[in-house]
Design a protein around this ligand. Structure first.
Ligand SMILES: [Zn+2]
Length: 373
């Protein structure tokens, strides 16, 4: 059976186009996801590439348009299944969310735990969640790898968000060991994908925050933790106006991952024209430092810069321009600056930057106690 998704049917040596029905509108008509399938030899692996689940993040769309071509299809050992716009409603309105689902669309993919009995006081799953559920079944049954493309803030660096791999630490000691070994193998593949892509790397938040923020239900959170597919989230800097250097470096990085997966010949290409932060130790992402008073900040550290604990991060002033509170906010951590939160005028408690901070949490972890109860 040739691989297909919606109306797109893979054909060896060709690039084909089609649509996948996501949901039906009450006004008539259907919300369709665009689908592109590029296939060389059908015997190789199947690599899923997606972008645009947040409708105001547009760089991934350009990366995929530049990457996918008839020439690439001919060279491939395997198949690329591509959805360049996972959230067409958000893309049309240039909003992060879709107007038919209130909340982050990247928190709607299946849970690792069985569904709870229906609570009739709680809203049922939205049409978007149901549509993504059907799409995820297709991914689960065909994908060997998956990369999902995003953007963070204006001026932020290009980077990888790497999900931790969770396993069930229950049963006999042999079962626990087997679960851990399987998770470690997957984590190793994920690490190799990071190195092949070659941009800066940040591990996802640690255990509690990850589940509290429902990141285990993001595209790649569900890919690794539900479907056990090696997957990564790529953050491509500024979203509303793609940075051409990051777009080029992402195309090169994706080709390098395809080479690593054995789907494309040739030596890895150098990743050029972007900042790559490597402080020499693994880092996880964290919103920091936070302001303690209502204020206006002036940033002192460019995204991509290595930072030491105590380094000045920003000047803090009141609206009249007088230094207030700490006067200078300093870094609480060793790490690197990934980007600045939008805006310079903040209420107390706001994290003014995202940083990579030293990560001592393992990348393979047991699910938190009681998670499956
Ligand atoms: Zn995003």
């Amino acid at each position: 059976m040739p691989l297909s998704l919606g109306t797109a049917k893979a054909a060896s040596g060709r690039i084909v186009y089609g649509t996948f029905d996501l949901l039906e509108h009450p006004t008539g008509g259907v919300e369709q996801l665009p689908v592109v399938i590029a296939q060389g030899s059908p015997r190789g692996p199947t690599f899923w590439l997606s972008a645009g689940i947040h409708g105001n993040e547009h760089a991934g769309l350009q990366v995929l348009h530049l990457l996918l071509s008839r020439e690439l299809a001919k060279q491939l050992d395997g198949t690329i299944v591509c959805i360049p716009a996972l959230n067409p409603a958000g893309l049309r309105t240039m909003e992060r969310e879709a107007y038919y689902h209130r909340g982050d669309p990247n928190r709607l993919f299946p849970e690792p735990r069985p569904p709870r009995p229906r609570d009739f006081d709680v809203e049922p799953p939205s049409v978007l969640e149901l549509g993504y559920g059907r799409l995820f079944s297709e991914i689960r049954s065909t994908a060997d790898f998956w990369i999902d493309l995003h953007n963070t803030w204006t001026g932020s660096v290009s980077m990888i968000f790497r999900d931790r791999i969770y396993y069930r630490d229950t049963g006999t000691s042999a079962e626990k060991k087997a679960a851990r070994t399987e998770a470690e193998k997957l984590d190793q593949r994920v690490g190799e994908m990071c190195r092949a892509y070659g941009h800066s790397v940040l591990n996802e938040m640690g255990c509690d925050a990850y589940f509290d923020e429902k990141l285990h239900r993001s595209t790649t959170g569900a890919a690794v933790n539900v479907a056990r597919i090696p997957a990564l989230t790529m953050e491509l800097g500024t979203g509303h106006m793609p940075d051409p250097a990051i777009v080029r470096a992402s195309v090169a990085g994706l080709k390098n991952v395809l080479r690593w997966a054995g789907m494309l010949d040739g030596k890895p290409e150098p990743i050029e024209g972007i900042k790559i932060a490597d402080p020499g130790f693994p880092c996880r992402r964290r919103g920091t430092p936070r302001v303690t008073v209502p204020c206006v900040v002036r940033h002192l550290v460019e995204p991509g810069t290595i930072v030491e604990k105590g380094d000045p991060i920003a000047e803090v002033r009141d609206i009249w321009g007088r230094p207030v509170a700490e006067k200078i906010l300093r870094s609480e951590y060793d790490g690197w600056m990934m980007g600045h939160s939008h805006g310079i005028v903040h209420y107390p408690g706001k994290a003014i930057s995202g940083m990579g901070v030293r990560d001592e949490i393992p990348t393979v972890l047991p699910y938190p106690p009681g998670f499956f109860e």
